[in-house]
Design a protein around this ligand. Structure first.
Ligand code: SF4
Length: 361
């Protein structure tokens, strides 16, 4: 059996689950903030094995879901201008204020191309020199370095018909916004493996230091997840909260220094809007002045986002803050389904509502 398979080994998982059950002294509520963890916990069947006292909530870990309705309105407006909009496929079905999606606009003739990386979008610009190609930059610290590297390459190559609508977001400031809200009761955080591979361990240390909350960077296999939760519960019981990196086969404590340097070269922190949470200071990235010629917000006059109301009836905001479970939303499964999603948490395959729909019924 190869080493990776050991992280799926049922016998080892059972052993850690037993240790976890023995360690639980009462209800323990933990939050994961990564769409891949959300899906992994359901898909592996772990959720059905968790003891009753272990309460799992999903936080703002799906980049599509946290994209604010005003940001969605902005990219839908942009798609209707004289541009080719290049985007990752998971944004195609996110509904805007009038329920229209990029997919609808594409059917009506808007030039929208699905790409698999920002470099593909740059290639599209190079192959179509008379067109303005805009890449939709949405995602956390995992995606932002590649977008930064693409902009750096565009600058080096003197490309003039390529830009990025930068709506990237940063995870640690969102965690701080959540924990500083006293109404949210979270006793431990399962920290995102992918984001942490870029930013490392340091940015999470405030959780233990300032709020007394244990947190563990965990991988995505069942054993990774169980070990991370066990460590959280143990730290809480011993009243010795810390931030621990338990995914060392992928995450270095110092993060990926090259990726961080590239991000810092191209982007600077700014306030950003999060669906259901509102504006969080320093939780977004904007393109630095040195790269202003690639900033779609400047080029297409969208520095101010359109003012639009939230989607009527959709409780995505409360789902993303862990206040309600998806099945507590009155629209869940009745009018909101993966085939006909009302909000982004049902659109994205990594959204909590979609995961609940698919795996918990
Ligand atoms: Fe929004 Fe649908 Fe989830 Fe309700 S079930 S919170 S309407 S995405």
């Amino acid at each position: 059996m190869n080493l990776l398979n050991q992280f799926k080994n049922p016998r080892l998982c059972e052993e850690v689950l037993t240790q976890l059950k023995n360690e639980l002294k009462g209800p323990f509520r933990f939050m994961e903030v990564c769409g891949t963890h959300t899906v992994a916990i359901f898909q592996s069947g772990l959720r059905s094995l968790f003891p009753e006292e272990l309460i799992h909530v999903s936080g703002p870990g799906c980049p599509v879901c946290v994209t604010h309705e005003r940001e969605v309105a902005a990219f839908l407006e942009l798609a209707q201008k004289d541009v080719i909009l290049a985007t990752f496929g998971d944004l195609m079905r996110v509904p805007g204020p009038d329920k229209k999606t990029l997919k609808d606009l594409q059917a009506e003739g808007a030039r929208i191309k699905i790409v698999y990386s920002p470099f593909d979008a740059l290639k599209l610009a190079i192959e179509n020199p008379k067109e303005k190609v805009v890449f939709l930059g949405i995602g956390f610290e995992t995606t932002a370095p590649t977008v930064a590297a693409t902009l750096n390459l565009a600058k080096e190559q003197g490309i003039t018909n390529f830009s990025v609508l930068c709506l990237h977001k940063l995870v640690p400031p969102a965690l701080e916004a959540l924990v500083s809200d006293k109404s949210l009761k979270v006793e431990g955080f399962l920290l995102p493996g992918h984001v942490s591979a870029i930013i490392g361990l340091e940015p999470y240390k405030f959780l233990a230091k300032n709020y007394g909350i244990p947190s563990v960077i965990g991988g995505f296999e069942p054993l990774d997840i169980l070990q991370a939760i066990y460590l959280m519960v143990k730290m809480a019981n011993e009243e010795k909260p810390e931030a621990i990196n338990n995914y060392k086969r992928v995450v270095k404590d110092q993060g990926n220094l090259n990726a961080l340097a590239m991000m810092d070269k191209v982007f600077e922190p700014c306030g950003a809007l999060w669906r259901g949470i509102g504006e969080i200071p320093n939780s977004g990235l904007k393109i630095r002045e040195e790269f202003a010629q690639f900033d779609a917000r400047k080029l297409f006059s969208i520095e101010e986002l359109p003012d639009v109301p939230p989607i009527k009836g959709c409780r995505c905001g409360d789902v993303l803050k862990g206040i309600i479970r998806p099945d507590e939303c009155p629209l869940f499964k009745k009018v909101c389904t993966p085939q006909s999603p009302v909000g982004p948490c049902m659109v994205s395959t990594e959204g909590s509502c979609a995961a609940y729909y698919k795996y918990s019924l």
